[in-house]
Design a protein around this ligand. Sequence first.
Ligand SMILES: *[C@@H]1O[C@H](CO)[C@@H](O)[C@H](O)[C@H]1NC(C)=O
Ligand SMILES: *[C@@H]1O[C@H](CO)[C@@H](O)[C@H](O)[C@H]1NC(C)=O
Length: 169
Amino acid sequence: MRLLFLISALFHMTSAFTPLSSATDELQIRNKISLYAIALDTLNLTLLDEVFTSDVMINYQLPGGGVFYGLPAVKTFLVQSLTGFVTQHTLSTTLVEQTDQKGGVKSVAYLVANYIGQGNLTGSAAYIYGKYVDTWTKENDEWKIKARTLDGLPSGFTGNLAVLSAPNF
Ligand SMILES: *[C@@H]1O[C@H](CO)[C@@H](O)[C@H](O)[C@H]1NC(C)=O
Ligand SMILES: *[C@@H]1O[C@H](CO)[C@@H](O)[C@H](O)[C@H]1NC(C)=O
């Protein structure tokens, strides 16, 4: 019984939230999480060079997603999935934390990805809830994501799903 208590106390100690010691680092990381959303919604994927390492691994766990290795593969997938759509990737709750004493950093950011209906679908939208879970690394003094998982909620897309099959070319 006492042993069990000790083990559980240890678990709580090691799983405690540890903020970054540098506010500058944390701000850069938060900005880059936002830059990703702006890159997607403006379809300016050049901006992603500042967000991800060139060998990034991204696992989009949602309908139509997949696992992509390397930034070029990620960009190809994003161009295919976003061209012709008007989107807004809305980020909210964001937590940036240190994971070890060796500079390991992880972040979590909540997301609503909105697809906004155009033409005869004006007034409708389709959206999906999820969260980005990112592992960061510092490369030439710049923080970049080296691994990202987008966990979509099991509910999948909500709203008017016709918006998803009617791109505004
Ligand atoms: C995309 O972003 C880059 C970097 O900020 C900028 O130089 C470029 O002009 C942008 N391209 C477009 C089409 O807006
Ligand atoms: C809406 O517009 C699309 C593309 O212009 C067209 O293919 C479709 O038939 C229209 N749907 C309705 C219900 O008018």
